[in-house]
Design a protein around this ligand. Sequence first.
Ligand code: PEP
Length: 247
Amino acid sequence: MRRTLIAGNWKMNGDFSANRSLLSEIKAGLPASLNCDVLVCPPAPYLAQCAELLAGTAVMWGAQDVSVHAQGAYTGEISAAMLADCGSKYVIVGHSERRAYHAESDELVAQKALHLQKSGLLPIVCVGETLEQRESGQTNQVVAAQLNAVLDVLGDMAAMVVAYEPVWAIGTGKTATPQMAQDVHQFLRQQMAARNAAVADKVQILYGGSMKPENAAELLAMPDIDGGLIGGAALKSQDFLSIIAAA
Ligand code: PEP
C-alpha cells in the first residue's frame, strides 16, 4: 500500500513573516493522526526557518531544485549536501518552470536526481506535457522520455517520487480530469514496471496542476494517484489543510 504524500511547492513566494504565519496555521490545523505524509518546499533561503518551525512536527521540508555539481566554483548554486544539511528530505527536480525558463534537459534532470540520491535525498521528478503536445497526441511519448531519461541513470528506482504535472494545468486553474490524470499515472507506472514491477508498485506518483480543495478528493481517489504536488493552494493554509484532509 502506497502512503499518500501531500507536497507544497511554494515557488518564489514568501518571506519570514508570511512563512511563520502559514506554518503556524498549518501546524495548528493538522489532524492529530495524519494518514498522509506532508511536505513543504520553500525557497532555499527559508529552509532553515522551516527546520526551526517544523522541528518535532509531522511536516517535512524540502527544496525546489538542486545543483548538478557537488561543490566548488558554481556561483549561485546550492548543492545536495547543503540541502541535506538543512534537514531536507525531498527535493523537486525537473519542474516544468525550470525546464522552460532554465532550459533544463531530461539528461540534466536525471543527473540532478542521481546527485540527490547519492546525498541520501529523495528526488521528486516532475514530468508533464504541454497543451500542444497533448493536443497532438504526444502525451505518453513525452512523459515516457522524461521519466526514462531519469530511470536510465538512477541507481535506485525505489528512492524517488514521480510527479505528473501537465504543463497546461499548472497555475492555470485548469485541472486534468481524474481519469485523464489516472491514465497517465498508470502509464508511468507501467514504464517503471517494465524495469522492476515490484518496485514500480511502491513508487509514489503525485499529481500536480491546479490541485485544490474542490478537486483533491476525486483526484486522490484514483488508484495510481498517490498524492499531490501543490503550488498555489499550498500558500493558503486552509486550502492546504483541506487537501491534507482529503488525502
Ligand atoms: C506546481 O507548480 O507544481 C503546481 C502544481 O502549481 P499549481 O498547483 O499552482 O497549479
